[in-house]
Design a protein around this ligand. Sequence first.
Ligand SMILES: Cc1cc2nc3c(=O)[nH]c(=O)nc-3n(C[C@H](O)[C@H](O)[C@H](O)COP(=O)(O)OP(=O)(O)OC[C@H]3O[C@@H](n4cnc5c(N)ncnc54)[C@H](O)[C@@H]3O)c2cc1C
Length: 355
Amino acid sequence: MKNLVILGGGYGGMKILNELLPNHLPEDVTITLVDRVPYHCLKTEYYALAAGTISDKEIRVAFPEHPRLHMQYGEVTTIDTLGRKVILKDAEPLTYDDLIIGLGCEDKYHQVPGADEFTYSIQNIEKARLTYSVLNNLGPGSVVGIVGAGLSGVELASELSESREDLNIKLFDRGRHILSAFPERLSKYVENWFVRNNVEIINNSNITKVEEKRLYNHDLPIECDVIVWTAGIQANKIVRDMDGEKDRLGRMVITPLHHLPNDEHIFIVGDCASLPHAPSAQLAEGQAEQIVEVLMRRWKGEEPPASFPQIKLKGILGSLGKKHGFGMMADRPITGRVARLLKSGILWMYKWHNG
Ligand SMILES: Cc1cc2nc3c(=O)[nH]c(=O)nc-3n(C[C@H](O)[C@H](O)[C@H](O)COP(=O)(O)OP(=O)(O)OC[C@H]3O[C@@H](n4cnc5c(N)ncnc54)[C@H](O)[C@@H]3O)c2cc1C
């Protein structure tokens, strides 16, 4: 029997399972899925979990079941690529024939002193729950500072402003306009939404230090009851600590077939992989499909393709509370209720397809 070990049951890991099970897994291959969480988590919705507008249960999806799928719940601590072993915190090491690493990402604090210690996060389920708890236990009039107005910062600020109209939300962003990766027209639409909904945007900010309940913008102190960091991501530390070439986000440089240049049995999927696109769930899923094709061909004794066409991304959609949204679909800006409906529809479809 060959053992395929998948680290991380996020969007990349889950897509690989869904492509291989139930019909495509050769009789002589078993899969071991390792995750610290016993279900697939819908990370794209962590902003709503933190804001208190959806329940925890709504963003959990059961992993698939299959006689040759073994679930290993637990914490990966290191990967011994020479010994072909995955080291786990409280369990025996796992050996693999093929390994897929899809452990996602973590916050990147850009060396801002105190940011790691004194800010809350929505980058993993445990942290998003903690953020939910502190945000929703705040008294009326409390000040919430959200650092970083990319997609996740904007979604959190807008959702929280609808969830807790009594809070004073300040959204700090480095740029002249928020959502710097989007066309200016979209940024202005979102800024106007925030003005109407009493979220204060602080453009051209530079957070130089964070202390308990205080952040410094250009070295000027601003008191906050809770500070949430949404100002950048990097690959999971386990990947950052691996030998091999990485990009500035600590993501592994991979070949066009998504494996390490010096080891064709170690694939990297999702936010851990260095790709010419911004990390996203869609990208992780597109990559997962291609990885499955490589594995299937190899298992049949066939040569995998030399390369794949570029992964097609359909666009990106963001929410502004429950009724409005924004995004880019087929390179065209889209705003308002239609954008929000589309986003809800995509989430509904994802849950439906995943059980
Ligand atoms: C608020 C927010 C909104 C977003 N909105 C969108 C969107 O609208 N569209 C979009 O395409 N993308 C969106 N993204 C990005 C998207 O969520 C990620 O790109 C996607 O989750 C990456 O998938 P992945 O498989 O690489 O990792 P993940 O989905 O993060 O999964 C990683 C898995 O690894 C497990 N894990 C991590 N470390 C360990 C360990 N040491 N041991 C064991 N298990 C471990 C985790 O439990 C998790 O299950 C959003 C992200 C956020 C935070």
